[in-house]
Write a protein that binds this ligand. Structure first.
Ligand code: HEC
Ligand code: HEC
Length: 338
């Protein structure tokens, strides 16, 4: 009798669990594939195919502060791979300590390969196009194309690495430098317990985390936070009510007033939240989303449950060995902090 009961209980829990996984998939949630071949297909781009040599060089450039006018700011300054791929600031700070003029925060670069478009207003189509922006932007790295290329070709070790990655007669252009950084960024994917669960590992999530996932789906967060990035399309901010800090900064989205749906992967690591970084805690972000995007008042208990689920999106980071960069030479342009 007891044995019978246990068997029934076990079966019920299996049925419950796998139906949740099905509900999640039906709602459009997609796991990062467990198998390396399928993942590579997803993150690769035939215009800029991933190779180990390009990725390694792209990593050096991502960490290269001499791509900035001051020689002090690298991509990693604002997209710190040690702290969730961002800087923890409400609005980014760049050259000469300038705060982003639109009061925009730095989004994470982890899993950015999965986004349909880049930037809060989606203005860059891919990582390669995106990477060409910040190096020249006045409030970010404030450099010029000519100076960037001159800096790289002044160091023979860089020239050799480019030849190694692209062939002897490579022409090191500004675009190629940006493309190479993009190539590295394509590899910054972070599979998590959420993915393990959707990939069939029933016990990857606790009971409470599964309830949180169920709540996340039921409440309607998946309308926008869906797909492999749990985000990435463009949407209005303030569907049912005005975002309470909408007046901080002058950012109004793209031409249609649309803002990129931020990814929820590693979301516990990238506070403060929203494009202008005004929301300090994850729970507050969940409640505000319910109010302005869904017209729902989310109870404290439900917000706690959803937050518990969001923790399952904390991903396993690729191991990144900090690169030793080439030594400057007599022809390397002088760093300029002004
Ligand atoms: C001074 C800080 C700063 C520096 C340096 C910087 N970024 Fe950014 N990054 C930002 C900000 C702020 C945004 C959002 C700007 C916007 O949407 O207009 C952004 C957006 C991005 C995005 C888009 C992500 C998304 O969710 O849409 C990527 C990718 C990115 N940066 C990569 C890079 C790379 C590569 C470099 C180096 C070449 C770099 N960034 C240098 C602050 C910085
Ligand atoms: C109608 C579409 C839509 C719905 C529904 C929606 N969101 Fe969002 N979400 C967005 C957009 C767009 C942003 C970017 C807002 C901004 O930065 O101003 C965002 C941002 C967020 C952020 C902050 C991300 C960051 O990096 O700053 C969190 C957390 C979040 N949403 C969670 C949720 C949760 C939980 C739900 C369900 C209660 C939900 N969202 C429902 C569209 C939506």
């Amino acid at each position: 009798m007891l044995k019978q009961l246990i068997v029934t209980a076990l079966m019920t829990s299996i049925v419950f669990a796998s139906s949740l996984s099905k509900d999640a998939k039906d709602a459009g949630l997609i796991a990062i594939p467990a198998d390396k071949g399928s993942l590579l297909k997803l993150i690769d781009d035939k215009r800029n195919p991933i190779t180990a040599k390009k990725t390694e060089l792209g990593k050096m450039l991502f960490f290269e502060p001499r791509l900035s006018k001051s020689g002090l700011i690298s991509c990693n300054t604002c997209h710190n791979l040690a702290t969730g791929g961002d800087d923890g600031l409400a609005a980014a700070v760049g050259h000469k300590w300038k705060v982003n003029p639109h009061h925009l925060g730095s989004p994470t670069v982890y899993n950015a390969v999965f986004f349909d478009s880049q930037f809060w207003d989606g203005r860059a189509q891919d990582l390669e196009a995106q990477a060409a922006g910040p190096i020249l932007a006045g409030p970010e790295m404030a450099n010029t194309k000519e100076n960037v290329v001159a800096t790289i070709i002044s160091m023979p070790e860089y020239v050799e690495k480019f030849q190694d990655a692209y062939g002897e007669d490579v022409k090191i252009s500004y675009k190629l430098i940006a493309d190479t950084i993009g190539n590295f960024e394509r590899t910054l994917v972070t599979p998590s317990a959420f993915d393990d669960y959707l990939n069939g590992k029933e016990d990857a999530l606790s009971k409470a985390e599964k309830s949180g996932m169920k709540k996340f789906i039921e409440v309607g967060c998946v309308t926008c936070h869906t797909g492999i990035a749990l985000g990435s399309s463009m949407n209005i901010v303030g569907v049912t009510a005005k975002y309470k800090y909408a007046n901080v900064g002058d950012f109004k989205g793209d031409v249609n007033g649309m803002v990129k749906v931020a990814t929820l992967r590693n979301i516990t690591q990238t506070a403060p939240y929203f494009h202008n970084g005004q929301i300090k805690t994850l729970k507050e972000a969940i409640v505000e989303m319910g109010r302005i995007q869904l017209g729902r008042s989310i109870s404290d208990a439900d917000a706690t449950s959803i937050e518990l689920f969001l923790h399952t999106l904390d991903g396993r980071k690729p191991e990144i060995v900090y690169p030793v960069l080439p030594t400057r030479t007599a022809t390397t342009p002088v760093q300029n902090i002004n």
